[in-house]
Design a protein around this ligand. Structure first.
Ligand SMILES: Cc1cc2nc3c(=O)[nH]c(=O)nc-3n(C[C@H](O)[C@H](O)[C@H](O)COP(=O)(O)OP(=O)(O)OC[C@H]3O[C@@H](n4cnc5c(N)ncnc54)[C@H](O)[C@@H]3O)c2cc1C
Length: 425
């Protein structure tokens, strides 16, 4: 089988990929795999860069499940099918007058897959996409449907679950009345000035992203400011940034220097719908596959300046392999395996060139440099598994509770895979 992930850097090892058209069909596939003693994994939109989704048994793709978007106005939630992509959901929600609190950088990712790995956007006051989950429905190892709601005993363990508890078929997400966002870009921030008061910079707007290529380790090349239009208006160039010598971009920018900004969401302070500004890339731009790899490490806010400084000390090794590094913030949540579990978080993300041997050779050095700052690897991106596995129980205070929940819901290990085993699950 030569079915590949979005980045094309891995071929799935599964003997078969099934695309069930109904929850009943999906449940029967899982139950049959159990009877045959085969392993099963959920496959979303294939945007992960590592083997988190893979199995040697059956992959069950969720994209053909009947699309479901049901708004419950009094509860302020929307029930959605797990295989739906955020971009598809956002357009329908907005038409009905509703919105999500945040989105990831790309709107093409499936809801179920994003939530299973704790995918996030940016914002000091905004949780990960998983933090918006109010309830979920999953097909467990024996083919039965389990419903869990916020407040239920197992809920906090079951939302960011890496596909290890079953196949999520539908989720309820918190919604709010629709809103507009204005996006602008500021260029040329001296890194030392940013690190002197990182909170002041990330707190400038509801969602803020810092970009650097590390070619010049003294500079944050771009700051993307996404301001809610219902918040107080701000200058194109906030005075604190002007004082640093930064300048407002006067033309639309791509995070990568010298790349056309055509596919980026609109900037220059022009307000637009939330889903047309919060992702960095337009929904209408559909990258079939990407010439890139990604890694990301999430550190507690109070260790972020030290962690970014440690990354800076490796700039000369990082820059030749890097397209761009993005620094984002995520509010704390209570989900056991969320990279933002129990701590306000700063994510240090790397979009690499598609040079997997080069990236894999660098990762142990990078991880050794930031491990002292309790860096949690993004579950869906490239990381040195051996290094991270050793730290998991310390990184995640509820690690053993998750292992117990996994063993209780899936005693025969139907949903386990090689990567989870290497991580100690
Ligand atoms: C271009 C690009 C941009 C990205 N941007 C961001 C970003 O802004 N922020 C960020 O945090 N991450 C980002 N990511 C990473 C991405 O969000 C995660 O890897 C995410 O898990 C991918 O979701 P997917 O639907 O493709 O899932 P897959 O890659 O197919 O699977 C990922 C995991 O989710 C599980 N899973 C999938 N569906 C289900 C289900 N229905 N039930 C149970 N488990 C399920 C799988 O078993 C697997 O363990 C980006 C990736 C790419 C390629």
């Amino acid at each position: 089988m030569t079915e590949r992930n979005w980045a094309g850097n891995l071929a799935y090892g599964a003997e078969r990929i099934a695309r069930p058209g109904s929850v009943d069909e999906l449940a029967e596939l899982v139950a049959a795999a159990g009877r045959d003693g085969r392993r099963v994994r959920a496959l979303g939109s294939r945007h992960s860069f590592n083997r988190i989704a893979d199995t040697e048994g059956l992959l069950v793709e969720t994209g053909a499940l009947p699309a479901l978007i049901e708004v419950d106005e009094p509860a302020r939630t929307v029930r959605v099918s797990a295989g739906l992509r955020y971009g598809e959901l956002a357009e329908v929600l907005d038409r009905e007058g509703w919105a999500l609190a945040n989105l990831a950088s790309l709107p093409h990712i499936s809801v179920g897959g994003a939530i299973a790995t704790g995918t996030h956007g940016s914002g000091d006051g905004l949780g990960s996409l998983a933090a918006a989950v109010a309830a979920l429905e999953l097909v467990t190892a024996d083919g039965s449907l389990l419903r869990l709601r916020r407040g239920d005993a197992d809920f906090d363990g079951a939302v960011v679950a890496l596909g290890a508890l079953g196949i999520v078929t539908a989720l309820e997400l918190d919604i709010e009345p629709t809103y507009d966002v204005a996006q602008s870009v500021v260029e040329g921030l001296p890194l030392d000035a940013v690190l002197a008061d990182l909170d002041a910079v990330t707190g400038l707007t509801a969602s803020t992203s810092l970009f650097t290529t590390w070619r010049d380790p003294e500079v944050i090349e771009q700051l993307w400011l996404k301001r809610r239009a219902d918040a107080a208006a701000s200058d194109d160039l906030p005075p604190a940034l002007a004082a640093m010598g930064a300048r407002a971009a006067t033309v639309k920018r791509h995070p990568l220097p010298d790349v056309s900004a055509e596919h980026c969401t609109d900037q220059l302070g022009v307000p637009g719908r939330w889903f047309e500004r919060l992702p960095h890339f337009k929904l209408g731009f559909t990258p079939s596959n990407g010439d890139e790899l990604q890694s990301e490490f999430l550190v507690p806010r109070e260790r972020a300046v030290e962690a970014i400084s440690a990354v800076r000390s490796l700039a000369a090794s990082i820059a030749p392999l890097l397209q761009v590094c993005e620094i984002r913030t995520v509010a704390a949540d209570a989900l056991w395996l969320s990279p933002a579990y129990d701590r306000a978080t700063v994510g240090i993300h790397f979009t690499w060139l598609p040079d997997q041997p080069g990236v894999e050779a660098l990762l142990p050095t990078l991880q050794a440099a930031i491990a002292p700052f309790e860096a949690r690897p993004h579950w869906g991106k490239l990381f040195d598994v051996a290094e991270a596995a050793e730290r998991m129980p310390r990184l995640y205070p509820r690690w053993h509770d998750f292992a117990e929940l996994r063993a209780r819901l899936d005693p025969a290990g139907r949903f386990r895979n090689h990567l989870l085993e290497r991580l100690g699950l």
